[in-house]
Design a protein around this ligand. Structure first.
Ligand code: PLP
Length: 413
């Protein structure tokens, strides 16, 4: 169970909305910091442990800098994400470049920044060598365990997923890389998305740790780190429960000790989580502008799917609180809809909510990852501002809302 609370009162929210018109995403800085610190603390037993925040989840320099100040790196998979890190002052091996189907320019940029390059395919060894004229000193390979690993509902079965190298290719890839003069080696996998079962991650770690040990033994190379990827879920629904960092850490430690305690070389452990770091600490705030009763009852709000795609795209549940009506009985049943000419532009379907009046502020929970970032401009809808609720209670605008001029900037009239 997860209690869905708001870090602000209705009065505070109304004051914020006076200055920054709805809709907007607002992130709770204190909660992000506390979660990040607790995560690192849980893994303090693992020497050299590092988390590379998945930039795509919340690509805002203010958040990247906050996390970097706590020791986080950044996980990138595109040119824009690499340049965002560069501009945020994150560079060198604090950047993990975990891309796929990668254009040559992006490898060049990653190399120029000194990022750790994580290859998605065995043919990319040659591709990278041709692109750079050499290979980097350090190379990481992304492993796809295929049938060794059961499926997860979002990413699906590993053998159906486009990512990574097969077990046989992994063994071959390190051999080729070593022959070509690569000096430092590392290993990565990511086979889940929004997964809430900690055993799933423990099982993945076991597969990866064993493969690392096996490759070390057969090729005589040392695996510098093992990157366990992202994909840890968050409790979007009140009846779900988060994975406690201490529980995850304990499970991983047990497996790490089983595989590596008797071995002289022990790789570092890395993660590249996005959702579980910032997801629960973001809120999309929107105002009810219409009520409509036809075959069902609708509340029309001033945000739409262009501000938060997950409900429309995956039918994902996002909890909704009506500000100031936290304790009111859930006496009504509504669809909460946006204005796109798309019937699936709904934040909630058949949702029990308190009676909503026009002008009420609705707070959509858990938009701190893969929220604003997945926004788009269909129907000419503009992406909203992003606000940071600071630890001292003040509010900073960390991205302004788009304007029609932004939207039209690529057109010739
Ligand atoms: C999306 C992604 C992540 C982060 O995923 P979360 O579900 O946000 O933790 C990490 N690594 C890679 C390669 C990704 O594609």
């Amino acid at each position: 169970m997860t209690e869905k609370r708001l870090p602000f009162s209705k009065e505070t929210l109304e004051k914020i909305a006076e200055k920054y018109p709805t809709p907007f995403h607002i992130y709770d800085e204190k909660a992000i910091r506390e979660n990040a610190v607790e995560f690192l603390k849980a893994f303090s037993w693992a020497e050299g442990f590092r988390e590379y925040f998945a930039v795509k989840a919340l690509p805002n320099p203010s958040v990247l800098k906050l996390l970097a100040s706590l020791g986080f790196g950044a996980d990138c998979s595109s040119m824009a994400e690499l340049i965002l890190c560069e501009k945020a002052g994150i560079g060198g091996e604090m950047i993990m470049f975990t891309s796929n189907d990668t254009p040559a320019e992006e490898y060049k940029k990653a190399f120029e920044l000194g990022a750790v390059i994580n290859l998605d395919d065995i043919t990319h060894i040659d591709f990278l060598e041709k692109t750079l004229g050499r290979l980097p000193e350090l190379l990481c390979f992304r492993y796809n365990p295929g049938p060794l690993k059961g499926g997860n509902s979002i990413i699906g079965k590993p053998e159906e997923a486009k990512y990574g190298l097969t077990t046989e290719q992994m063994k071959e890839a390190y051999k080729i890389a070593a022959e070509k003069g690569v000096k430092r080696f590392a290993m990565h996998t990511m086979v889940a998305s929004n997964e809430l079962n900690p055993d799933y991650f423990a099982e993945t770690a076991l597969i990866l740790f064993r493969l690392a040990a096996e490759i070390e033994d057969s090729l005589g190379i040392k695996m510098e780190f093992v990157n366990l990827g992202g994909g840890i879920g968050i409790p979007y629904r009140p009846d779900q429960t988060r994975i406690e960092w201490s529980v995850l850490s304990e499970k991983i430690k047990k497996i790490y000790d089983t595989v590596f305690s008797a071995r002289s070389h022990k790789p570092k452990i890395f993660y590249e989580l996005g959702r579980a770091i910032t997801g629960p600490y973001g809120y999309l705030v929107t105002r009810a502008i219409h009520r409509k009763s036809i075959y069902k009852n609708y509340i029309g709000v001033d945000a739409c799917m262009a501000n938060l795609m997950r409900p429309g795209m995956y039918g994902a549940y996002h909890h909704i609180t009506v500000a100031g009506k936290e304790k009111a009985p859930l006496s009504e049943m509504y669809d909460v809809s946006g204005s796109l000419c798309e019937n699936n532009d709904k934040f909630a379907v058949d949702r029990k909510l308190p009676e909503i009046e026009i002008g009420d502020l609705l707070v959509i929970h858990d938009t701190g990852a893969h929220g604003h970032a997945m926004g788009f401009n269909y129907n000419g809808k503009l992406r909203s501002a992003e606000l940071l609720l600071k630890e001292d209670g003040s509010v900073e605008m960390i991205r302004r809302a788009e304007t029609l001029d932004d939207l039209f900037a690529t057109l010739n009239f």
